[in-house]
Structures are given as C-alpha cells and as structure tokens.
Design a protein around this ligand. Structure first.
Ligand SMILES: Cc1ncc(COP(=O)(O)O)c(C=O)c1O
Length: 401
C-alpha cells in the first residue's frame, strides 16, 4: 500500500500567480499552439533587451579564472563597496557594512521576513503588490495587510488608509518604487509622509523595493532612504531589471539605520545569511562590472522600453472595454476590465483569453485578491510587432470574434 504524503499547509498555501498561469499555457504549447507570453517581467525573453556585454565578460572571466568557490556570506567586498557607492549617490550615507548580497531580492525578502516576523505580527504592503509580499510572511505565522492605492488616480498611495491600519503588530511597511504591477512612482513629499507615519511606530521598519529604479520615466524617483534622517529604511535592489540579468539571481539589501535601532534584528539577518552560505560568486563579479563601468548603454534599453510601454498604453486606450492609469515607471500595465460581468472573475477572463486567443496575461487578483481584482497585468517588453499581434487578439476577444 502506498501512503500518500501531503505537503505542509505552509507549502500548499503558496501561490505565485505570474508563474501559476504558465501551467495551462505549456499545455497549449504542447498541443502546437503559439502563445504570446506577456506574463513574466523578464527582458531577456524579448528582442533588443540584452545583458550588457561587459557584464557577461566579467562573469565569464570569473569562471575562466576559477573564481568558482564559496564567497563571503554577506557578498564579495568589491561588490558590497560598489553597491554602497551606488546607494550613496542616491543621497544617503551607505557603507560596505550596510550591504548584504543575496540570491535576488526574492531571497532578501525570505531572510528579512524570517528575521523580523513572529506569529501574530503583520506587514503592510501596497495593494496590489508583487506576490511574494503576501505569500512569504504567512510562512512565519504573520499576515500581510494591504494598504490602498488609488485605482482612479495613478495608483497613488492612500495615506489615510495606511494610518488607519498601523498598530503595534506592524513590523514592516513596504514600498515598491516604481511599483509592480501599477508603475506608480511616488513623489518625494509622499515618501516623507511614509517616514512620518512610521516615526510614531518604533517597532516598524520601512522596506523600499527599488528594483525598477532605473526604469522611472516620470522623473519623480527618489530613494526612500535618502529622505530619512532617523527612521530605519532597508533598500532592496539587484541585477534583475535595470541590469537586465534576472537569471543571475543576484540582489541586495542596503540598511539605513542611523540610530542603530535594528542591531538586534541585523544579528538575526547575518546568522541567516551565514547559514545559507553565500550568493553565486561569479555572478557577483558580473554585477560588479555593471555597477562600476559606464552606464551609457542603459539609455537605449530605456528608450526601447518606453517606446513599447507607450505603444501598449495607446493600444489599451483605443480598445473599448479596457482602461489603464498611465504608469510612471517599470514595464507593466495594470489594466482595468471595464465590463463588470467580465471583471467579476479576472482569472477566468485571463484563462479565456489564453485558451481562445493564445495570449498569456496575469489576473489582477493574483497581485491582490481585493485591490487587484477586475484587472490584468501585462508585460510591455516585447517588440512592437508582437505587442500589436497580442492587442489584435485581445481586441478580437472583447469584440466576441
Ligand atoms: C517588485 C519586485 N521585487 C522583486 C522582484 C524579483 O527580484 P529578484 O529577481 O531580484 O528576485 C520582482 C520581479 O518581478 C519585482 O517585481
């Protein structure tokens, strides 16, 4: 007799909408259908958005020189130093010791949640948000409470809503800037309001996920840490979006803690970092080259993304039944399904488009069951010809063709 072994409740409750919708898409591809995938924010999946050559060369040189051993748990020193310089240029005093290199921002999140959260604690995260902000805290018996973003006004932060949800159980207040999935880039004065709110709650730390910082098209981007003189801010960033190498899995956290309030939790973070050994050594050398060498290449990547984003927005605006708030940054559109009958089940809407028109989107409720419902997220990275084909199919779906 085979005894069936169940997954823990912890594991079975994990969802990651962006990749979960790929499962039916793969089935369709196996049947021979060509699917236009607009689900994952991976620039490398599309033409013209490649990892810069000097970064690849540095990675390869490390491999060729046998720099393939374990590295220090907090990251190789020249990279920590280059990150500190890059963060300091954004307007706050960051030293090498403030930087910890991780396997992507995603690993930094796992470590932060493990170090900060006890059962009964909560985190406040924007609604909608990048899914791990909801999935991971649950693993530690904590919960994610979403604060409202204004869906009718460029998804701006609703500060009254944050104020009404702050209490002693809130250990982390998360900002995603520019936001995934909405593209909102808060004004400096809005960052100041966040800091002001947290100042009254010393048990709460600000997390600022700035992984799309170099893809701000509004001109409003400012680092949250640079606005704070006293309230601790942990900045997250990495190689995945602005350095166009998500498969390298390198990210970092940079701690701005002017008064040393976080020394205790930092000890926990360091223990966790040591227990998982280190991030990939040769990949860290690739990121180092990206940080220290000239960034001139970035402007053509940015232009291409802006062109594709603008094209996508203009197509959405011309399609009856869809509405979209213009994003300030990143490379997504978070699109409202206007027809209440279709909007009532956004997952079904996305799966119907997938099955009938072979375009893969992600349902808005995957980014927030409450605040993302009735929407879908699309990635605007493909070349315009491919985007055009995708929009023709979405338009045909809405017309009932
Ligand atoms: C807001 C945000 N943070 C983090 C990540 C993932 O970062 P990493 O590849 O460094 O784990 C993503 C990926 O889409 C994201 O949108």
């Amino acid at each position: 007799m085979v005894v069936s072994v169940d997954a823990s409740k912890r594991a079975s409750s994990i969802e990651y909408a962006i990749r979960d919708v790929v499962v039916p898409a793969i089935e369709l591809e196996k049947q021979g259908h060509e699917i236009i995938r607009l689900n994952i924010g991976d620039p490398l999946a599309y033409k013209g958005l490649q990892t810069p050559k000097h970064m690849i060369d540095a990675y390869k040189d490390a491999l060729d020189s046998q720099v393939n051993g374990y590295g220090p748990s907090y990251g190789i020193s020249p990279l920590r130093n280059a990150i500190a310089t890059s963060e300091s240029r954004k307007g706050w005093a960051c030293s090498e010791d403030d930087v910890y290199v991780t396997h992507g921002v995603t690993e930094a999140l796992q470590i932060l949640f493990a170090a900060f959260l006890e059962p009964g604690d909560s985190i406040l995260a924007p609604g909608p948000h990048y899914p791990p902000y909801m999935a991971y805290p649950q693993m530690y018996g904590a919960k994610t409470i979403e604060y409202k973003l204004d869906s009718e006004n460029r998804w701006r932060i609703d500060f009254d809503d944050i104020r009404s949800k702050m209490d002693e159980s809130v250990r982390l207040l998360v900002l995603i800037n520019p936001n995934n999935p909405t593209g909102n880039v808060p004004l400096p004065s809005e960052l100041d309001s966040l800091i002001e709110i947290v100042r009254d709650f010393p048990r709460c730390t600000l997390i600022s996920d700035e992984i799309y910082d170099g893809l701000d098209f509004s001109g409003n981007f400012v680092s949250l840490a640079s606005r704070s003189k006293d309230v601790p801010v942990i900045t997250l960033n990495g190689v995945s979006k602005v350095y166009f190498a998500p498969g390298w899995r390198i990210g970092y956290m940079a701690w701005h803690d002017p008064r040393g309030a976080l020394n205790g939790v930092r000890d926990g973070v360091e223990r966790l970092l040591r227990s998982r050994l280190c991030a990939s050594t040769p990949a860290q050398h690739g990121f180092l080259a990206g940080l220290v060498e000239d960034h001139g290449w970035l402007s053509s990547h940015r232009e291409l993304i802006k062109k594709r984003l603008d094209y996508s927005l203009s197509r959405i605006e011309s399609i009856e039944g869809l509405e979209c708030q213009p994003p300030g940054g990143s490379f997504y559109l978070f699109v409202k399904i206007a027809d209440p009958a279709l909007a009532s089940d956004d997952k079904k809407f996305v799966l119907d488009i997938l099955h009938e028109k072979h375009v893969l989107l992600v349902h808005g409720s995957g980014f927030s069951p409450e605040m993302g419902k009735g929407h879908f997220r699309m990635v605007c990275l493909p070349e315009v010809d491919l985007l055009s084909k995708a929009f023709d199919r979405i338009e045909a779906f809405l017309r009932g063709d």
